[in-house]
Design a binder for this molecule. Sequence first.
Ligand code: ADP
Ligand code: MG
Length: 338
Amino acid sequence: MMKISSLGEFGLIDRIRRTAARDAKRVSIGIGDDAAALVLSSSSTLLATTDMLLEGVHFDLATTDLFSLGWKSAAVNLSDIAAMGGTPRFCLTALGIPSSLTVRDLEEFYRGLNACLKKFGAVLTGGDTCRSRTGLVISVSVLGEADKKRIITRSGARPGDLLFVTGTLGDSAAGLELLQRKAAAKGSVNRKLTEKHLRPVPRVTEGRKLAVAGIASSMIDVSDGLSSDLRHICEQSGVGAEVFIERIPLSKELRSVKGLKQPPVQYALSGGEDYELLFTAHPANTRKLDSLKIAATEIGIITGGGSVLLKDDRGRDRMLAATGYDHFRNSRRRGAVR
Ligand code: ADP
Ligand code: MG
């Protein structure tokens, strides 16, 4: 019998994709992008995405408060709508609740979730509630809308396009390491890094601006780490990429915090959970991009062929292996949300 670990998370999803019936007329984008794009009428496209957060797999109640957990459960879904250039509208939540949780805990969870939805113009409209005999199980779905002609997929990158990322990378994974250290009563935390882990801000405004301006040729949100999410763009676009390691934006907090286990850039490459947007744009669009006033950094270029290379200042390069999170291959960390 074939083990799931030999396929990995993405090989497994591909198998699931092959079981799905085709409906090219109504399913404009199906399994394989950040959100599905579904045709309701000639003028209206629905975006749909869902994410699970499991206690002990994605989060640990020793390192997160319930408000933050609610916030993050919304944010990770809003981020997938942002990655398509869409506008989030509606949310559904399904919970499996262990008996250890109190009414107050759940109210805090929903206070956090609703605060995040409100900030980005979405509302809670339904869900399901059950008892869990194991840990807390959270399933959140978000529906949004988009102009069909403006949707940004993972598959539109072309050789010569420039590669950009919003904000900074690596803070969230470093923040998690600090939180885990603190939970083990070893060391202090840096608020900026732990905030980025506990309450990520989805780049909804930036994603929509890019879509409306028609600037980005492809886009994905960085949920699994730059190395893995860039590979999704490359594979789905049939291209390669070169990333200049010194250009990867790292916050000054990440660069200066003491006692991390790995060099700062490693958190950016394989840490994940940054929920920044990674996108490509034709060089002719650079000036237009500047005018949007989005905090984005040019970190590389799209190439022909399939290799993804990491280059340093001295012109040396190495293959950039996808070392980000895979639920079945390297589920090394507990307490991290994916
Ligand atoms: P993201 O990190 O952007 O949330 P995922 O890596 O979780 O994306 O999923 C990639 C694609 O596979 C998405 O289109 C998602 O909807 C789809 N997918 C993942 N798991 C399943 C599943 N069990 N059944 C159907 N589609 C799935
Ligand atoms: Mg995504």
